[in-house]
Design a protein around this ligand. Structure first.
Ligand SMILES: Cc1ncc(COP(=O)(O)O)c(C=O)c1O
Length: 440
């Protein structure tokens, strides 16, 4: 039976203060909030000023270019379709029909197909999704590798990567409870396939989950996919590529084969099992996101095992992703970056960053050889060198790390030439190096 008891009106403070018996737990806190509706310390003006400094941002692999106006027009179109204003949700497998219609799976599928094709995947055998970040995509790759290898052999694999791999791989191997085998590197910082061979022999009773980095974070080294595959061919293994930065631009260059799933000279060979690429790094998508791409065959095998780990009845399908609720706005927005005109801009950016990196290396080697400027290979957009004056580190937000040099730990810094970097800022950087040549 309905009663006539009035419902509490939280906007009416007099009701709140007189209804002592029904007092919500946080009533005082709520009342206080009314008195301070806005925190002035969180002013946006300071954030707006940051935009002007973006050209000086040389130390981390994020493209700080503001997307073209058409992107913002696309955003507005999405909003008119309620994407970004209603709680759309991409829970589930983007390649299957969803029980909840408020998703953008169609955009997500297209994004995966377009970038997958660029990365040499066959459109008749592809699966993937848009994740929260490169790290999130690496997590999925490592989890998929762990699940498949354990399913095939009954043994949890050991994971293999080098000390140059991104620190997130160390976190993920801990999260997934995987024993690690650290593989030595060659002088350029890439994985040494011969050491991998020795380490596999030492651990012959365990399957191998290998994480190869295409563009290591600090040095920009490239682990050689074919050399690694050659060593892995007689061992139960899964090869995941962490191509967070280089996976964005290499497909547009003459060095695309470093990240291609299949190459023309051997079209039947699948060179790796899965790949992770960050969307906010080279592409300049203005919020963190990642591509995760694998084959449909591998995904189906994974999905079979995954369905035994959990009961997905509630959403009428095996979701295929670790996260249940997933962002629906990002795939629809990132779709813009997969259009022909956006890809044409990415191709231009790829040429430009490699040309500017060559120029910077040339200048640094000519004028500042003493700080040992090094580029791991000529497809890299990263140059590392002895750490300069702290003022320069601060001005250009340079990442710094200690590296071994002549058996001693030395402070180093690096510059990553991203699409927002231009000749003018590099000249300014070189001038500052000249002016402040001490390395304190
Ligand atoms: C090689 C590599 N992998 C993974 C990551 C992490 O990517 P994200 O920041 O998208 O999580 C980075 C970030 O710099 C990276 O350089």
């Amino acid at each position: 039976m309905l009663t006539n008891r009035p419902f509490l009106d939280y906007s009416d403070t007099s009701t709140l203060s007189t209804s002592a018996e029904c007092k919500p737990h946080h009533q005082n806190w709520l009342l206080n909030q009314k008195k301070t509706p806005f925190n002035n310390n969180l002013s946006l003006a300071a954030k707006a000023k940051l935009g002007h400094q973006k050209k000086l941002f040389l130390g981390y692999p994020v493209n700080m270019n503001t997307p073209v106006e058409e992107f913002f027009a696309w955003r507005r179109q999405l909003q008119e379709a309620d994407i970004g204003s209603l709680a759309f949700n991409n829970a589930g497998n983007p390649f299957k029909r969803s029980a909840v219609p408020f998703d953008t799976h169609n955009f997500e599928r297209d994004v995966i197909s377009r970038f997958g094709e660029l990365l040499g995947f066959s459109l008749s055998d592809i699966w993937g999704f848009l994740s929260n970040s490169g790290t999130d995509s690496n997590m999925h790759g490592m989890y998929m590798g762990r699940t498949l290898l354990k399913g095939r052999t009954g043994t949890i694999p050991k994971t293999y990567f080098t000390k140059e791999a991104h620190y997130s791989i160390q976190i993920l191997r801990d999260l997934l409870g995987l024993d690690t085998v650290v593989v030595e590197t060659l002088p350029d910082g890439s994985m040494d396939p011969m050491d991998l061979k020795l380490k596999l022999a030492d651990n012959s009773n365990y399957p191998a989950l290998v994480v190869a980095t295409i563009g290591t974070t600090f040095k920009g080294a490239i682990d050689q996919v074919d050399g690694i595959q050659e060593v892995l061919k007689d061992h139960p293994s899964y090869l995941h590529l962490d191509a967070a930065l280089f996976g964005g631009y290499l497909p547009y260059t003459d060095h695309a084969s470093e990240v291609l799933h299949r190459i023309d000279s051997n079209p039947t060979l699948e060179r790796y099992d899965s790949i992770a690429v960050s969307c906010h790094k080279f592409f300049g998508f203005p919020s963190p996101a990642g591509l995760f791409i694998t084959t449909e065959d591998l995904f189906n095998e994974f999905s079979e095992l995954f369905s035994k780990i959990h009961n997905p009845e509630y959403i009428h399908q095996v979701p295929g992703t670790i996260s249940c609720s997933r962002d629906a706005v990002k795939p629809a927005e990132f779709y813009f970056f997969s259009t022909p005109s956006a890809m044409a801009r990415q191709a231009e950016d790829a040429q430009s960053i490699l040309q500017l990196t060559t120029h910077l290396l040339d200048q640094m080697q000519t004028h500042f050889a003493n700080i040992r400027p090094t580029r791991a290979n000529d497809h890299s957009n990263t140059i590392y060198f002895r750490k300069p004056n702290s003022w320069i580190v601060e001005k250009y937000s340079l990442a710094t790390m200690q590296l071994m040099e002549n058996n001693k730990r030395q402070d180093f810094a690096h510059v990553v030439v991203m699409p927002h970097v231009n000749q003018k800022v590099l000249t300014e950087f070189l001038t500052d190096l000249e002016k402040y040549s001490d390395t304190s």
